[in-house]
Design a protein around this ligand. Sequence first.
Ligand code: SF4
Length: 173
Amino acid sequence: MDKIPVGISSCLIGEEVRWNGGHKHAGEVVDTFGGIFRWVPVCPEVEVGMGVPREAVGLYGSPDQPLMLGNESQTDWTAGMNDFSLLRVKELEAENLCGFIFKSKSPSCGVRDVPVYKAHGSRHSQPGRGLFAAAFLKCHPLIPVADEEELRDLKTRENFIARVRQASAGDGV
Ligand code: SF4
C-alpha cells in the first residue's frame, strides 16, 4: 500500500536545520509512523533564507498578529516569513498532504502555545501561533495537524493516524 503524504517540520526527523545547527529528532514519536506516512519535510526558517546557524527568532507584539523578530538584533522577519509561507503553502498543494506534524512552540512551526513577548521582554499571558503554521492552517483548515508534544500520548497518536487515514481516503486536500 502506498504511504500517505504527511508534512513535517524538518528538525523533527533529524535534519540539522535549527538555529544552532542541531535538530529535534522526535524518534519516539515520528518513527512510529514510518511505515504508514511518507514525510514531506519543510523548514520555513531555512527555506526563507535565514541560514544555519542563525540568530534565534521569537514572536513579539500582539498574540493575534505577532511580529517575528531576531531575539538579539530585533531584525524584522515578519513580512519575509509571511510572504514565504503563503507561497510555500500553495506549493504544498501539489503534494496532496493528508496531515502535518509541526514542531511545538516554534515561532515558525508551532500550532499552539508559542510564547509571545512584549516589547520590554515579558511574556503575554495569551500564547500565539508560528507564522508558517498559521498560514498553513488558514489555507488548509481541514487537514489534521498536531505537534510532537501532543503525539507523545498514545491515544492522541492513534486518533491522529485515524484522521490522516480519513483525509487520505478523501484524497488529501
Ligand atoms: S521548528 Fe520549524 S523553523 Fe524551526 S528548525 Fe524546526 S522546521 Fe525549522
